[in-house]
Structure formats: C-alpha cells, structure tokens
Design a protein around this ligand. Structure first.
Ligand SMILES: Cc1cc2nc3c(=O)[nH]c(=O)nc-3n(C[C@H](O)[C@H](O)[C@H](O)COP(=O)(O)O)c2cc1C
Length: 361
C-alpha cells in the first residue's frame, strides 16, 4: 500500500482502525522548529470522535505519542514519528460482515486487490481513523507555516441542502479562520449551523447518512508558489485531498460555478494596495496557471454520505458466491463532514509547507 505523499516533506500514514495504533512519519521537516504539543492536541481534539451527538460514539482520546524527531519539543532533523493508540475497538461488530462487502465502502475492491487478506475491522487501513495521524502531521506543519506568516482554516460549507455563509474570498483574515476553528460545530453562521445539524439529525433518525462540503482557505501565501503544468498548487492539493477517505470532488475558487459564468464575471481585476498587487474579486481562488497569486487560496472538498448506514442494503456473500443483504451495526458518523474540517486543513497545511520547503531550512 502506498500511503505516503509529499516531495520535500514526506508524510507516511500507517495502521488500521483496529490495530494497536495508527501513526504518521513526517520526513524532511526543517530542524530547529519548536512544536507546541498543547496546540497539537487542541487541533487533534477537533477531529477526535465521541465529542458530540453528531459523530461516532467511538470514544478515543487521540493523544499522540511522539517516538522520534523531537528533542525537548524542537524538531531535530530526524523523521518525526508519532503513534495514536486505538483504545475503544469493538472488532466483533465486523465478524458477521467479513465476507459481505459494505456498499460504497472499500471492502470489495480491497478484497480483490489484497486477495482477501485485508483487515476489514472498522474499515482497516481505509478507515476515517487514519485521518487522526494526518491531523497530527497537519498540526505540526500548521505551526511551522504560521511562523512563516501562512494561516490555514476551514469551515463546513454545506451539509445536505443547508449552506453556511462562504468565506469572503478576497478579504478573509487569519483571525476569522482561527475563530471558526474554535467552534465545536465549525460553521461561520450560527443559523446555518442549526439547519445543518437538523440535516444530520434527520438522516440519523432514519438510520441514514448525509454528505456535504468543506471550504478551506490559506492566507499569507506569497505569490509565485507552484510549478506548471503538472506539479502546481492545484495538482498537489487535489491529489492529497483526494487521499482523504470519502472525498469525491475538489474545486478551487469559483470552481464548477465558473463554467456557467461569462469571462467578464469570472475575471478578477487587478489593483495596487500599499504597493502590493491584489485582485478586487477572487474567483481564481489564489491560483492562476498552477501558481499562487498572493490572494487567499480557496478550495472546497465534497464529502459523500457515510457509506455505513443502518438500513438494510443489497450486497453479495463473497464466500458463498450468492446475493445477500447487509445491515450494518457498529458505531458510525451519520455525517463525516464536521470531523473532516480539520482533516482538510491538515492536508492543505502539509502540501503548502512541502511546496514552501525546497529541501532544506
Ligand atoms: C473523519 C472521517 C470519518 C469517517 N467515518 C466513517 C464511518 O464512521 N463509517 C464509514 O462507513 N465511513 C467513514 N468514513 C469514510 C470511509 O473511510 C470511506 O468512505 C471509505 O474508506 C471508502 O473510501 P472513499 O469513500 O474515499 O471511496 C470516514 C471518513 C472520514 C474522513
């Protein structure tokens, strides 16, 4: 399995949902960077399960144990490795469905690719649990980025039909990004949050699930970062964000809406402000020609509804080779999106730090 990404800063994610631990190795971090472990924990708590009525009941504290790479809390140049123990596992939930692939989960394609040897418990290596080490790596990269004046934040843009206010694409500030990140339910508008929670509750009541969109922004990114044509900002970010389980679409700036606009609506006119070139609008989302413009970077990631639902579904019995049905028990998020917000931030931060780091300090 290749669960690694990055060029100068390489992140490898390992473990399974029900193995002893999950973890990450971050190679290539600049040496001499102080990492505030309290801030890392606060960031990881935003993703940790069992924190609200809208997430899985699996109760994991998500406390990373750093094995290497830090000396007295400072990066020492060696690969930074951290593990997060899996404490609250209930593997028996999976005994009955071992040979019956869950529709829209990775069970069937993984069964074929790995010849039936995959660990299906809790989704194994395909589980949302693997986003805990991603958040660890992202929390570390975020701290280093902030020291370089780059701030990354995200919010729930929509759940089902309920939409949040979008980030002001041309004027969003680091303070606004930090403020939404502190919320237990990270939506900009409180009234939108109420509607989004109703969407989740309505799906959960029917033992169903619901999808949504995370909007992520980075401010302070200098102009000129990225390489045309295939190794630029959009390429690298999209590739990494598609690695987050359940992501089915990524768009930048006005994204798919641009296809319905005239050039006169979508173009962003330039102007000077305090000697810096800016754009009046930001439909380009901070990236043109795969290179950063210095305007806020705006991307959105679409998450599908959680595949594990409590409603009976058609499937197949791979051992008996007959049609079958499956009713999934166990603990699952009725909506992945609230916990995915820090994950999108984390992956964005890792990619941006990688692009800003040219193989050294
Ligand atoms: C934070 C997070 C939590 C998730 N929780 C669940 C879950 O409780 N149940 C589930 O079936 N899928 C969950 N998923 C999604 C599956 O891991 C994912 O749909 C599956 O691996 C198939 O991959 P794909 O959807 O990217 O094709 C979660 C994903 C994330 C990012």
């Amino acid at each position: 399995m290749s669960s690694e990404f990055g060029q100068h800063i390489k992140v490898t994610v390992f473990g399974q949902s029900h193995s002893d631990a999950v973890g990450a190795v971050i190679d290539g971090l600049p040496a001499g960077e102080t990492i505030d472990s309290q801030k890392v924990q606060e960031f990881m708590n935003r993703r940790a399960p069992g924190k609200s009525e809208y997430t899985t009941r699996r109760n994991e504290p998500d406390e990373p144990v750093v094995l290497s790479g830090l000396l007295d809390g400072v990066t020492c140049g060696a690969p930074l490795c951290a593990i997060i123990e899996n404490k609250d596992v209930r593997s028996k939930d999976y005994d009955k469905i071992r040979n019956i692939p869950r529709p829209s989960h990775s069970d069937y394609p993984a069964y074929i690719k790995y010849k039936g040897f995959t660990d299906v418990r809790g989704g194994g290596h395909f589980s949302g649990r693997l986003t805990a080490p991603l958040c660890f790596a992202g929390a570390v990269c975020k701290q280093i980025l902030e020291r370089r004046g780059v701030f990354v934040g995200a919010h729930i843009a929509s759940i089902g039909a309920a939409e949040d206010e979008p980030f002001g694409p041309a004027h969003i500030s680091a303070e606004e990004l930090a403020a939404v990140g502190k919320k237990e339910f990270p939506a900009v508008s409180e009234s939108s949050a109420v509607l989004m929670k109703k969407e989740i509750a309505a799906a959960a009541e029917k033992k169903d699930s619901v999808g949504g969109i995370v909007e992520c922004c980075a401010v302070g990114l200098p102009a000129g970062i990225g390489e045309p044509m295939f190794d630029g900002l959009e390429n690298r970010l999209a590739s990494a964000i598609f690695g987050i389980p359940a992501v089915k679409g990524v768009e930048f700036g006005s994204g798919f809406a641009a296809a319905k606009m005239r050039g006169s609506e979508n173009n962003d006119p330039y102007y000077f402000e305090d000697g810096k070139v800016k754009t009046l609008t930001n439909n380009h989302g901070g990236i043109i020609g795969e290179i950063s413009t210095g305007m806020p970077l705006i991307l959105r990631a679409a998450f599908k509804p959680t595949p594990s639902i409590g409603i009976e579904q058609n499937s197949v019995d791979l051992a008996e080779k007959v049609n079958s049905t499956i009713t999934i028990t166990g603990r699952h998020d009725p909506c992945i999106v609230p916990r995915a917000v820090p994950v999108v931030e984390a992956v964005t931060a890792i990619v941006l730090l990688d692009l800003l780091t040219n193989g050294g300090n």
